[in-house]
Write a protein that binds this ligand. Structure first.
Ligand SMILES: [Zn+2]
Length: 170
């Protein structure tokens, strides 16, 4: 089922999500719905809070070398923690909760992340580049933050101005 994606400045996006306790049917339905919702909106990542569920759940599905978003590459992460980060990279990011806005964000390059899959099996992933950006972007949602909070004051002001105009037009 496709769920509604909440957008900035919805206050729910500022919620700090809680850990999943049960790896049950309800979690699996949430994950399946999140996947459907993300694909429907042409996204490459989605956190549960973006569909108004304050749980530490995120999914990432980056296009492969052939530019195909293969479900085989889908990452489903429950209760993820970044255990290590180093290096710096700058990447132009966007977000389904801030539609139509893209801006450069500076983040760590290399990360190690620990999480659980949908069956409660512990997983460890070490990555860098775009996938590392996606992880850090989605993790930020779980802590109640958005990528626009990383912008410089000038860029943030410019964004707020443009965003207000856009909301008025609706
Ligand atoms: Zn986002």
């Amino acid at each position: 089922m496709i769920r509604e994606i909440i957008t900035y400045p919805n206050k729910l996006l500022r919620t700090k999500s809680s850990d999943v306790q049960k790896f049950d049917e309800e979690l699996h339905t949430l994950l399946d719905d999140m996947y459907e919702t993300m694909i429907h909106s042409s996204g490459v990542g989605l956190a549960a809070i973006q569909v108004a569920i304050p749980l530490n759940v995120l999914i990432i599905n980056l296009p492969n070398e052939e530019e195909i978003q293969d479900k085989e590459d889908l990452i489903e992460a429950i209760n993820p923690i970044i255990t290590h980060k180093d290096g710096v990279q700058t990447f132009v990011e966007g977000c389904l909760s801030v539609p139509g806005f893209n801006e450069e964000v500076k983040r760590a390059d290399h990360i190690v992340v620990e999480y659980f899959d949908r069956h409660g099996e512990k997983q460890i992933m070490e990555t860098d580049g775009f996938l590392s950006v996606a992880w850090q972007h989605e993790m930020e949602h779980l802590s109640g933050h958005l990528f626009i909070e990383n912008l410089s004051i000038i860029k943030r002001k410019k964004f707020e101005k443009e965003w207000k105009k856009k909301l008025k037009k609706k």
